[in-house]
Design a protein around this ligand. Structure first.
Ligand SMILES: Nc1ncnc2c1ncn2[C@@H]1O[C@H](COP(=O)(O)OP(=O)(O)OP(=O)(O)O)[C@@H](O)[C@H]1O
Ligand SMILES: [Mg+2]
Length: 397
């Protein structure tokens, strides 16, 4: 910020009158205020530390993301942090004066887990190294968009998969035609060979069954859906689903917890398909709870959308699989097709909705379907209904 004008003034400071110094200081303060206002209004977090790793400046975003409580002045940065992992990271990287580019952390905030990328670089002034500049970027939304893009791509890949399926179909077809040729030969030679003929026919039947399976599953996943959107009451849909799955849930020794927000708005949906989407999620949830647990079904009106979640207290999903599970044919189950979530995703997309997911290994998973509220419904609802404080009904079934 040192301008050549200021430098010149500084070199002649003895010759300046009091009034000139006052004007000059006024300008410096002004420029400083502007710079500080710009840094304070940044969405990214900025921290400047001196050579003793004590913060000289920290903007509001940095205080919020790092969850600094109280003052950060007069102590090395890591001393003001509560999060052990961050403490350790800043201690090690600041004391070793390393340059770090975008090291990622998953931090807990009041609104859930946020992913932040932290970069450290040395602060160089005319007199050499004078400290460290820390840049903190919240990349949660960026990551979400990337995941969504990947999912959309994998849906597009479904179509390409048609080629793969055609190939799969070709193999049993080849085998079928060989068996048929063999049969023809046998029949031509003599019909005494009935047992051999039946054996070939048995194989032919098996291959045909295999083909049917491949084709039926595949068609279900790629077929354009015949979606008929009607105005429906989401609470009613949830109650019907709960009733439908209750016997299976009970059989597995699992408790069902149904939570319905008050005044859920009517939604445009194809009830049959939405039910299918939910059942796919519930089946996965039940499969993840082999030793009992709680199946949560919840619907609430939040942030201008209805959020319907299916949660379980089961195995959870390892982080490295989180981006894979929506891919067609991805399964970890012996008898799974790996199309359950693909179909659910497709149904939700047909409703202009979205699906998000939180999972912790060993703890369980929550899949949340976000469905838009039609404009007309929004207008007829007072804003105060749109809130997380919406008590609603809550029952253990
Ligand atoms: N609630 C959950 N808990 C743990 N893992 C899950 C959960 N939901 C999905 N998964 C994982 O995602 C994979 C893909 O799920 P998807 O429903 O697409 O197929 P599937 O359940 O394996 O097969 P299908 O639905 O055809 O029976 C599962 O195999 C499982 O590994
Ligand atoms: Mg499934």
């Amino acid at each position: 910020m040192k301008s050549s004008f200021l430098e010149k003034a500084l070199s002649r400071s003895e010759k300046l009158t009091k009034e000139q110094i006052r004007i000059l200081l006024g300008e410096v303060v002004d420029a400083n205020d502007k710079l500080e206002a710009a840094l304070q209004s940044m969405y990214d977090g900025i921290v400047v530390c001196d050579l003793y790793h004590e913060p000289l400046f920290m903007n509001k975003s940095a205080e919020r993301i790092l969850r600094i409580q109280g003052t950060w002045e007069g102590a090395p940065l890591w001393m003001s942090l509560a999060d052990e992992e961050l403490k350790d990271f800043f201690y090690k990287s600041l004391t070793s004066e390393e340059t770090i580019m975008g090291k990622e952390f998953a931090l807990q905030s009041s609104g859930g887990t946020r992913i932040v990328a932290i970069s450290l670089s040395v602060l160089i002034s005319d007199k050499g190294i004078s400290g460290t500049l820390i840049h903190i970027e919240d990349i949660t939304e960026k990551r979400k968009r990337e995941t969504q893009l990947r999912r959309a791509e994998s849906l597009a890949a479904l179509t390409t998969l048609a080629a793969g399926v055609a190939h799969e179909i070709n193999n049993p077809l080849g085998s079928i035609s060989i068996r048929i040729q063999l049969l023809e030969k046998l029949i031509k030679a003599e019909s005494r060979n009935a047992p051999a003929m039946l054996k070939h026919l048995g194989v032919v039947n098996e291959e045909i069954d295999r083909l049917k399976h491949i084709v039926v599953d595949f068609l279900f996943a790629v077929r354009p859906m015949d979606i008929q959107l009607l105005s429906e009451n989401p609470a009613e849909v949830m109650e019907e689903i709960a009733e439908l799955v209750q016997p299976e849930v009970e059989k597995q020794g699992i408790a069902l917890r149904l939570e319905l927000g008050k005044n859920l708005p009517q939604l445009l949906m194809d009830k049959r398909h939405i039910k299918q989407a939910l059942i796919n999620l519930i089946q996965n949830a039940l499969a993840a709870m082999t030793e009992g647990g709680i199946l949560g079904l919840k619907a609430e009106y939040r942030d201008d959308e209805v959020q319907i979640s299916v949660s379980d207290t089961g195995t959870g999903i390892p982080e490295e699989l989180l981006t894979k599970i929506f891919e067609p044919y991805f399964t970890t189950k012996k008898s799974g097709t790996g199309l359950g979530l693909t179909i659910t995703f497709k149904i939700i997309k047909e409703h202009s909705g979205d699906i998000s997911l939180e999972s912790k290994e060993g703890r369980g998973s929550t899949f949340t379907i976000h469905l838009p509220v039609p404009q007309a419904e929004k207008k007829s609802l007072p804003r105060w209904q749109d809130s997380a404080t919406d008590a609603g009904s809550h029952k253990e079934v």
